[in-house]
Ligand binder design. Structure first.
Ligand code: DSN
Length: 410
């Protein structure tokens, strides 16, 4: 290898080391991130990445799939057990691709689908105009209630009656309250629609019964595996057995080629860990921590959307609370070592780049061992930082305070 290429390899190693250091030396409050186990990391980086296995277990287009078949079958069976599902497909590379698989399996081009509005808390793959979903299908969007910011099931019913969607999609990326899947089922039954639940954010809460379950209500369910579920960065589909053929075909050969078997093995490990009773304790603590964060921000007179949380997410209207944009809050906090993301809020008046809101989540720091008291200290610090326009000296002092809080990590 020539000098330049050797340097490039060294640079990659160094950047990964720096990222690892960053993950351990900042307070991570991003609601969609987590810190997976060493076993999961190891499997994701394993020799399984060398293997092609287009197709499904025992029906592959390549030889040499003896062990791969066993691994993928394990992952399927563990996923079914974890979520009490009749069918699982563990091949989606991501949550967005899992959603695309469902649309491609059950919709024709321009068919109507009813989903949550992006500003209300929905997701890009739920019909955003620049996303492939919004380009291929006729998405109609429901909103949250203007006063309460809660899901408005009457509006969902009215839109369903008016537009007769083939699919109704329940699920969100920035919604902090429990979703009533039984109400969604009732609406679907009234208009003859399929119920698709995207539980990407709450799958860890669903499998521990900390959120109303997806079954028997859903026809099909999609999720990522790296958020509250604490697995590798990837996707998963669950469904009733009768949809197996359509979903399998839609994924392969419809949308994806060779599955990422190293990630599938890591998903199997994630399901093993989530089946362990200790995982329920972890999710219980994630929720207790989120409730403590919401309560403290409310005590400090912040505008916490919906006045609290039932899950791992706290949404805050930071413009109304502190007269700064989400972008500014994110940027100032990052300088001190506190990482979170700006977020649009329902009926947003600013651009998606600026935003009036911030979204806070507790999964990552709970994995790091934080309890309510640690999170309350972090909220107090955030309030201190956002209550001034910190100069360099103050930033340095805040950094020291962040460091001190981080010494409580595992
Ligand atoms: N980007 C993810 C989130 O942060 O919620 C959703 O895909």
């Amino acid at each position: 290898m020539n000098k330049f290429l050797k340097e490039q390899t060294k640079k990659l190693e160094k950047l990964v080391d720096l990222e690892k250091k960053r993950q351990f030396s900042t307070i991570n409050l991003i609601a969609s991130e987590n810190f997976c186990s060493e076993e999961i990391c190891k499997l994701t980086g394993s020799c399984l990445t060398n293997k092609y296995a287009e197709g499904y277990p025992n029906k592959r287009y390549y030889g040499g799939c003896e062990y791969i078949d066993e691994i993928e079958t394990m992952a399927i069976e563990l996923a079914k057990k974890l979520f009490n599902a009749e069918y699982a497909n563990v091949q989606p590379h991501s949550g967005s691709q899992a959603n695309e698989v469902i649309y491609f399996a059950f919709l024709e081009k321009n068919d109507t689908i009813l989903a949550m509005d992006l500003n209300s808390g929905g997701h890009l793959s739920h019909g955003y105009k620049l996303n492939i979903s919004g380009k291929n299908y006729n998405f109609i969007h429901y909103h949250v209630n203007k006063e309460t910011y809660l899901l408005d099931y009457d509006e969902i019913l009215n839109l369903a009656l008016k537009h007769k969607p083939k699919i109704i999609l329940a699920g969100a990326s920035a919604y902090s309250r429990a979703i009533d899947f039984s109400k969604f089922r009732e609406i679907c039954d009234k208009v003859g629609a399929y119920l698709h639940i995207d539980m990407a954010h709450i799958s860890g809460l669903v499998c521990t019964n900390n959120h109303p379950h997806i079954f028997p209500y859903a026809d099909f369910v999609t999720t990522t595996t790296h958020k509250t579920l604490r697995g590798p960065r990837s996707g998963l589909i669950l469904a009733k057995e009768k949809y197996k053929k359509s979903i399998n075909r839609s994924l392969f050969p419809g949308i994806q080629g060779g599955p990422l078997e190293h990630v599938i093995a890591a998903k199997a490990q994630c399901f093993i860990e989530a089946l362990d009773p200790k995982f329920k304790n972890y999710i219980d603590q994630v929720i207790l921590n989120a409730k403590a964060v919401a309560k403290r921000f409310l005590e400090l007179n912040y505008y916490v959307l919906t006045n609290g949380t039932d899950n791992h997410i706290i949404n805050i209207d930071i413009l109304k609370s502190k007269n700064i944009t989400g972008l500014k809050a994110q940027t100032i906090l990052e300088k001190t070592g506190i990482i979170l993301n700006k977020n649009v809020i329902p009926f947003e008046s600013l651009s998606a780049n600026e935003t009036s809101g911030i979204r806070i989540g507790t999964p990552f720091m709970t994995t790091m061992g934080w309890k309510e008291k640690d999170f309350i200290k972090a909220v107090n610090l955030i309030d201190k930082i956002l209550s001034c326009e910190p100069n360099e000296e103050q930033i340095n002092n805040f950094k020291k305070e962040v460091k001190k809080l981080l010494s409580n990590k595992k």
